[in-house]
Design a protein around this ligand. Structure first.
Ligand SMILES: [Zn+2]
Length: 114
């Protein structure tokens, strides 16, 4: 019984996280600070409940400063085709660069089309 309740809690948390992230994306272009806050809330909720950030948004957090990134506003995204094709995501807030190979990974492809 207890376990089931936990699962349910996690499910609910996941829904809330998804909602927050969608909201974050929605408001980010007009209100970056608010977008950042929603992103942060989603992350904290994920940490607290141990629910996972959906794949689709996983790459959107800076590994160094943890900020929620929005391509074109708080993150620079470039594609590099030399050797292994990959995306280079640069966090505008702390300057951290991250490479994501995009041949094999679907979620990176999604990132490329943004
Ligand atoms: Zn950063």
């Amino acid at each position: 019984m207890r376990r089931k309740a936990k699962e349910r809690e996690k499910d609910l948390a996941k829904q809330r996280i998804t909602r927050l992230l969608r909201l974050a994306d929605e408001v980010y272009p007009s209100e970056p600070e608010l977008g950042l806050r929603y992103g942060e809330l989603a992350r904290r909720l994920a940490l607290r409940t141990k629910a996972r950030i959906p794949e689709q948004w996983k790459w959107r957090y800076c590994r160094r400063c943890g900020s929620f990134l929005y391509p074109g506003i708080s993150a620079d995204i470039r594609t590099r085709d030399r050797r292994l094709p990959h995306l280079v995501i640069r966090c505008q807030l702390c300057g951290e660069m991250r490479r994501i190979p995009y041949l094999r990974e679907k979620r990176a492809k999604r990132a490329a089309s943004r």
